[in-house]
Design a protein around this ligand. Structure first.
Ligand code: HEM
Length: 521
């Protein structure tokens, strides 16, 4: 965050700077003057003392998941920091987060009105916008039912249990061929670069009824920009917290706007093609089903939530965006963990060899027989906590939590990383140990332990793609571990340091892989 504010200082003239600082000081003093009254019986939130203007930016630093976890040890599960001008409540601890997001779910389900969020999906994002509760709920329901029906649709042949399985198996097999070819040609590969196209193709198949070549430049440039997107949304763009910065030039913000504009243009082009070829009697994919919903709604006089067609069809933009970045980050990390723990890589392969064999592609129905793979995925989610915070929440009314007063419209960060590394819950949390999720004889996953892992959020805003995501990570990883053996590139030590963002990624690197079984041609 501090690193993100610094570039602003160089791009402002002295007089502009002085005016900005004077305005900020006046606003700051006014805010302190009108300090919120605490209702009787409730306490004022604890937290570090903020500096004028920058608040606690210095203490939060560039790894907020670590600094805010350290602060939770000092101030407790509910505390307040100030980022720039904006107070932010940070929630940690399983019981506290459960209380806020489930028991008091309605009060904590909003999204804050952050400047950068206005550029995502043209300000009409289901996940990031400040839609009124009724509109958001109706859009979420539509998105959820479209996702569910298009993933559970029958596959094109009885070989596959559903469309989702068909897409993943085909893309998984194609990915193996692709990695094999790149290995032959270059001797190493960048895991994220190839995984992201395969994963994007699965969600493209469901949303748009099409797939892209691994060398398609338009798709490649779009999906490889997602790191940049996560960096702004994840760390909090300075202009979100120091409003006057919205009016000053910023290269980060410029690039963020351009990524969003390109993303929206990419989806819009496909949506326009769908409108032109739409046929009510042949709903091809999620885009068609959303267009169909707009048509039906025009005939439904009882529909009580007012939503524009743009807001309905724009849902596909959210599904596509959320559907590839998260899953490819999870899979890319999986490969890194396999390389970091070769004994686990062998154990996984052996489990697949013993239960599935090497002659057929794994299926979703193999899952109950692959407990170590399931435990490995749970530990990957927990240990990497690659989504260290949920998307920021916001209170919809004055409320209280653990006896502390929290005013309406307060921005709330949920620290998933802290929950996944809490020593009260996890024994030796910093070690990577999938066995923690297995029964004593190693034959079954302990479901209760698994449910303690927090990576999809909880309550009213819980991820709507969770089932698809879990299935996708499982099946892609099963295919990769069955067919390939991954290693680090000689002379290149593995760097597992996460780079902070909405989704934390490992540094781009090159790995090697050898085929364990011949792929079907
Ligand atoms: C491993 C993969 C994934 C992870 C870890 C993940 C995690 C999350 C998290 C933490 C949130 C925010 C929850 C909150 O704000 O409290 C979220 C929201 C969301 N996710 Fe996922 N997600 C994944 C995959 C997907 C997929 C595949 C889709 C759809 C195809 C999807 C669609 C969404 C949507 C639409 C929201 C916004 C929900 C709302 O604001 O009401 N996600 N996800």
């Amino acid at each position: 965050m501090v690193l993100m504010i610094l570039p602003f200082i160089g791009s402002v003239s002295v007089s502009e700077g002085l005016v900005a600082i004077t305005v900020l000081c006046l606003v700051y003093l006014a805010l302190r003057f009108f300090h919120t009254e605490i209702p009787e019986g409730l306490r004022r939130l604890p937290g570090p003392k903020p500096f004028p203007l920058i608040g606690n930016v210095l203490e939060v630093g560039s790894k907020p998941y670590l600094s805010l976890t350290a602060m939770s040890k000092r101030y407790g599960d509910v505390f307040q920091i100030q980022i720039g001008m904006r107070p932010v409540i940070v929630l940690s601890g399983n019981d506290t987060v459960r209380q806020a997001l489930i028991k008091q779910g309605e009060e904590f389900a909003g999204r804050p009105d952050l400047y950068s969020f206005r550029f995502i999906n043209d300000g009409k994002s289901l996940a990031f916008s400040t839609d009124q509760a009724g509109v958001w709920r109706a859009r979420r329901k539509l998105a959820y039912s479209a996702l569910r029906s298009f993933s559970s649709l029958d596959g094109t042949t009885p070989e596959y249990s559903c469309m989702l399985e068909e897409h993943i198996c085909k893309e998984g097999e194609y990915l193996i061929k692709q990695l094999n070819n790149v290995m032959k040609a270059d001797g190493s590969f960048d895991p994220f670069r190839h995984i992201v196209v395969s994963v994007a193709n699965v969600i493209c198949g469901m949303c748009f009824g099409r797939r892209y070549d691994h060398n398609d430049q338009e798709l490649l440039s779009l999906v490889n920009l997602s790191d940049e997107f996560g960096r702004v949304v994840g760390s909090g763009n300075p202009a979100d917290f120091i409003p006057v910065l919205q009016y000053l030039p910023s290269s980060t913000m410029k690039s963020f706007m351009s990524i969003n504009a390109r993303f929206t243009a990419f989806v819009q082009k496909i949506v326009i093609e769908h409108y032109a070829t739409y046929n009510k009697d042949n709903i091809r994919d999620i885009t068609d089903s959303l267009i169909d919903h707009c048509e039906d709604r025009k005939l439904d006089e009882n529909s009580n939530v007012q939503m524009s067609d743009e807001k309905i069809v724009g849902i596909v933009n959210d599904l596509f965006g959320a559907g590839f970045d998260t899953i490819s980050t999870a899979l890319s990390w999986s490969v890194m963990y396999l390389v970091a723990h070769p004994e686990m890589q062998e154990r996984l392969h052996q489990e697949l060899k013993d239960t599935v064999g090497l002659d057929r592609t794994p299926r979703l129905s193999d899952r109950p027989n692959l407990p170590f793979l399931d435990a490995f995925i749970l530990e990957l989610f927990r240990h990497s906590s690659f989504l260290p915070f949920t998307i920021p929440h916001c209170t919809s009314k004055n409320t209280s939590l653990n006896g502390y007063f929290i005013p309406k419209d307060t921005c709330v960060f949920i620290n998933q990383w802290q929950m996944n590394h809490d020593p009260e819950i996890w024994k030796d949390p910093s070690s990577f140990n999938p066995d923690r999720f297995l029964s004593a004889d190693g034959t079954a996953v302990n479901k209760m332990e698994g449910e303690k892992v927090m990576i999809f959020g909880m309550g009213k805003r819980r991820c709507i793609g969770e089932v698809i995501a879990r299935n996708e990570v499982f099946l892609f990883l099963a295919i990769l571990a069955q067919k390939l053996q991954f290693q680090a590139k000689p002379g290149q030590p593995l760097d597992m340091t996460p780079e902070y963002g909405l989704t934390m990624k490992h540094k781009r690197c090159h790995l090697r892989a050898t085929m364990r079984v011949r792929n079907k041609q």
